[in-house]
Write a protein that binds this ligand. Structure first.
Ligand code: CO
Length: 134
């Protein structure tokens, strides 16, 4: 059911510094920062030949990633995103298998304006999983 790895997301304590690390030290192509108010994050995307890295920084007072940054002040891996062809079919399949979909269970536009869902880390070996319909 799942397709390609779309991205790995890393929460960072300083978005400009993290983007500079990827651009200057690692020699990668990085995007300009984009605010996603619906998700409470600001993102920078790092383009890799075979995937992407999503750098995440809290946006707004009740950003859902602020508690993560409080627990991991130097940042850390936050989620991985797999591509799916049909996010509703994927959701219904996963729910039927007992997996928990976070939030109200309805896909929301993600960082690429494509529908995304998040799956409970306890059902996936401690890893928060994002599904993105491509
Ligand atoms: Co993501």
């Amino acid at each position: 059911m799942i397709g390609r790895l779309n991205h790995v997301a890393i929460v960072v304590p300083d978005l400009a510094a993290a983007a500079a690390t990827y651009a200057d030290m690692l020699g990668a192509q990085v995007s300009a920062p984009v605010d996603l108010p619906n998700h409470g994050v600001t993102t920078v995307f790092v383009d890799l030949p075979n995937s992407k890295i999503e750098l995440l920084y809290p946006l707004g007072a009740d950003s859902p990633i602020q508690p993560f940054l409080d627990r991991n002040p130097s940042g850390g891996m936050h989620h991985i995103c797999y591509e799916v062809d049909d996010i509703y079919a994927a959701r219904d399949h996963l729910k039927a298998q007992g997996a928990r979909v976070l939030g109200d269970g309805e896909p929301k536009p993600g960082a690429h304006d494509k529908p995304v869902l998040f799956l409970h880390p306890k059902d996936f070996n401690g890893t928060l999983i994002e599904l993105e319909q491509v």
